[in-house]
Design a binder for this molecule. Sequence first.
Ligand code: B12
Length: 136
Amino acid sequence: MDRPIRIVMAKPGLDGHDRDRGIKVLASAYRDAGMEVIYLGLRQTPEMIVSAAVQEDADVIALSILSGAHMTIFPRVLELMKENDIEDVLLTGGGIIPEADMQTLTDLGVGKLFGPGTPVQETIDYIEDWVQSHRR
Ligand code: B12
């Protein structure tokens, strides 16, 4: 990779599942893998997330949603990515997301989504492969 992957990570909505689990485990693993991680924290809106991705010229937007709000948040983030001409940025994520919803979101244009128990390395490999093959 000529420049490190720049990844904006966030917990959208009212989901408070973050303390030294899920997204924080991932954020530190992504840093160890050499990525530039911008972790926005809790209670982020789709507007805050996409404007951070534009400002940071991010390669990836990665969201963690365990609250069940995924069918509202991912489509809104996709919409804002289109409005801001950053459709070539990967939108990925995970959490408590039923398989059927993962399929619906992927059909809408969201990248691969990961559920509970996913090995962290699997998510790193997916992100690195995607950026490698899509880098501008
Ligand atoms: C720990 C926990 C809590 C802790 C949270 C501590 C903390 N701050 O993190 C406490 C006790 C505070 C809590 C509270 C609540 N919880 Co809770 N919680 C859990 C529990 C048991 C484990 C979640 C966890 O940390 N997993 C371990 C981490 C490593 O896994 P993970 O976060 O899922 O991440 C993995 C994948 O999902 C995926 N992934 C996740 N995010 C991302 C992001 C990216 C970019 C990628 C690539 C992958 C990825 O990869 C990760 C690695 O494998 C789950 C049940 C479960 N087993 O999932 C319920 C659960 C998530 N909680 C639930 C609920 C309802 C609540 C409460 C509303 C309960 C209540 N009435 O008060 C509150 C809400 C609090 C809030 N404000 O959000 C429900 C959600 C139901 C739903 N979405 O339909 C669950 C599923 C329990 C259940 N079966 O009902 N909870």
